[in-house]
Write a protein that binds this ligand. Structure first.
Ligand SMILES: [Zn+2]
Length: 313
């Protein structure tokens, strides 16, 4: 057997050393004997009906021992290609982690938004059936009556752009969803806060012990909470030099503990929000295409009926 082998991937022929293909054991190409059914004698090629662009990067993984993600193919599709070629993600080079895993996270975000919207639609369907049951005497189920409460509810849930309230409700719901997904950050924030309040409370109580400003250690913890949240009522305050030092550190620490998770929450929310607005743009675009198609269809059908009538005359 010769040293090199030809692979025809989606019409593009790649030539590669046989020894190179042995570098990643367990992958599809590592054992050519198992894929003899793909061998075409006339062209002396193994044929695969896959994307040649991502195969370029797959082949480089054999050559370099590490996998880089192509920017020309959606990471979601690249992942499917990797599954086909039998490559695992432990070959993925660190420089491509951010690009690849952020794209995967985007997919998760989109899925959770879509699930939430599906929930709305099923709710609106319930409202719809109830309306039909209530107003069976009307031929259209009363749904087209704009004063009907159920019609309003249905429009509210089905068409987020139907009213300002519906838009606001959708925005609020997306915010809730992003908060739900940031549950871990919330717990972290709460935990860090409680630990800091206990520590600073005890430290300040010890520092101010001689002055008797704080009745007990819990008032000192209350002071720590009010200082760390940057509220600062001023009902309790340190008076000793050591107390001032504790107060200064406590205030700065409060800012940091508060700022870090809130930044994470904010970026999470903006991520959810942009995904949601893109989804709406997509829906609007599709609706517009459908309306255009319907208009074209009705014009065409009108013209054919006209033509038929002219034939008859
Ligand atoms: Zn890379």
């Amino acid at each position: 057997m010769s040293g090199s082998v030809k692979l025809n991937v989606g019409g593009t022929v790649f030539q590669v050393e046989r020894s190179t293909l042995n570098v990643i054991p367990g992958s599809l190409l590592s054992s050519l004997d198992n894929i003899q059914s793909r061998y075409e004698k006339t062209t002396d090629c193994y044929y695969f009906d896959r994307d040649p662009v991502s195969f370029c990067h797959v082949l480089n993984a054999y050559r370099d021992g590490e996998l880089h993600v192509t920017r020309d193919v959606c990471p979601q599709q690249f992942r499917r290609d990797l599954e086909f070629w039998g490559l695992t993600l432990d070959l993925l080079a660190p420089c491509c982690w951010k690009y690849f895993y952020e794209a995967m996270e985007d997919v998760d975000t989109l899925t959770s938004i879509m699930d939430r919207l599906k929930h709305h639609k099923s709710m609106s369907r319930v409202a719809n059936t109830q309306t039909n049951q209530l107003t069976q005497d009307k031929p259209d189920g009363g749904l087209t009556d704009p004063n009907n409460f159920s019609f309003k509810l249905w429009m509210f849930l089905e068409e987020p752009t139907s009213s300002l309230a519906a838009k606001l409700y959708r925005g609020f719901d997306i915010m809730l969803l992003s908060l739900e997904s940031s549950f871990r950050e919330f717990v972290l924030l709460l935990f860090a806060f409680i630990v800091c309040i206990i520590i600073y409370g005890i430290m300040l109580f010890a520092a101010e012990a001689e002055k008797d400003n704080f009745q007990n250690v819990f008032t000192a913890m209350w002071w720590a909470l009010i200082t760390m949240t940057t509220i600062g009522y001023g009902d309790y305050y340190p008076t000793t030099a050591l107390g001032y030092c504790v107060g200064a550190v406590c205030a700065i620490n409060g800012l940091i503990v508060l700022a870090l998770p809130i930044a994470a929450l904010a970026s999470n929310f903006s991520n959810f929000y942009s995904h949601h607005s893109n989804m709406q743009k997509h829906e609007n675009e599709i609706n517009m295409q459908m309306t255009n198609k319907m208009t074209v269809d009705s014009v065409e059908s009108l013209q054919t009926t006209k033509g038929d009538n002219q034939h008859k005359h």
